[in-house]
Design a protein around this ligand. Structure first.
Ligand code: HEC
Length: 143
C-alpha cells in the first residue's frame, strides 16, 4: 500500500519534471534561434533608424547593434524621457504632446538640441543633494 502510493507519487513527479524540462529545452532553443536570427530583429533595427531624433554615427560600428540600440533607447525604454531636462525643452517647436492645438501640431517631435542631454531634477534625497539625470551624449563634460 505504502509502496504503491510512493511509486504513484514518484511517477507523477517524474512526469512533471519531464514536462518542465522539455519546455525549457524547446523554449531555450526557440530563444537561441530567434537571437541568432537577424531577420527576427530586422524590423526593430529598421524602426530604430527611422525614429532616431539625431543622425547616428555608424563609422566603425555594427549597423545592426546601432539600429537595435536606437530601438531600445527610443521605442522601448524612453531614456530621453528622463535624460533630458523635462517637457518644456524635451520637444521641438510644435511637437510637444503636453500642449494643445495649435501649439501641438499632432506629431510628437523630440528636440535634437536637448536629446539625452540630462539635467532633469528628480528632487532631493532627504536633505541632501538632488538627483539629476546624467548627460548621456558624447559631448558630455566628462568626455
Ligand atoms: C526614470 C528615469 C530614467 C530613465 C527612464 C532612464 N534613466 Fe538613466 N539615469 C536616471 C537618473 C536620475 C540617473 C542619475 C542617477 C545618479 O546620479 O545617481 C541616471 C543615470 C544613468 C547613467 C549613468 C551616467 C553616469 O554618468 O554615470 C547612464 C549610463 C544611464 N542613466 C543610461 C540610461 C539609459 C541607456 C536609459 C534607457 C535605456 C536610461 N538611462 C533611462 C534616470 C533615468
Amino acid at each position: 500500500m505504502k509502496a504503491s502510493k510512493f511509486l504513484k507519487a514518484a511517477g507523477v513527479t517524474t512526469a512533471f519534471v519531464a514536462i518542465v524540462a522539455a519546455g525549457m529545452v524547446t523554449s531555450s532553443r526557440h530563444v537561441k534561434a530567434h537571437d541568432d536570427d537577424d531577420e527576427g530583429n530586422e524590423s526593430r533595427i529598421q524602426r530604430g533608424f527611422e525614429i532616431a531624433p539625431v543622425p547616428l554615427d555608424l563609422v566603425g560600428k555594427n549597423r545592426h547593434l546601432v539600429g537595435l540600440g536606437s530601438y531600445i533607447v527610443n521605442a522601448v525604454a524612453d531614456c530621453n524621457g528622463c535624460h533630458s531636462a523635462g517637457p518644456p525643452t524635451e520637444f521641438a517647436m510644435g511637437g510637444n504632446p503636453y500642449l494643445r492645438s495649435p501649439f501641438f501640431t499632432g506629431k510628437e517631435v523630440i528636440n535634437p538640441a536637448t536629446y539625452l542631454g540630462g539635467g532633469r531634477d528628480f528632487g532631493p534625497i532627504g536633505s541632501a543633494a538632488h538627483v539629476i539625470s546624467r548627460n548621456l551624449t558624447p559631448t558630455r563634460p566628462e568626455g
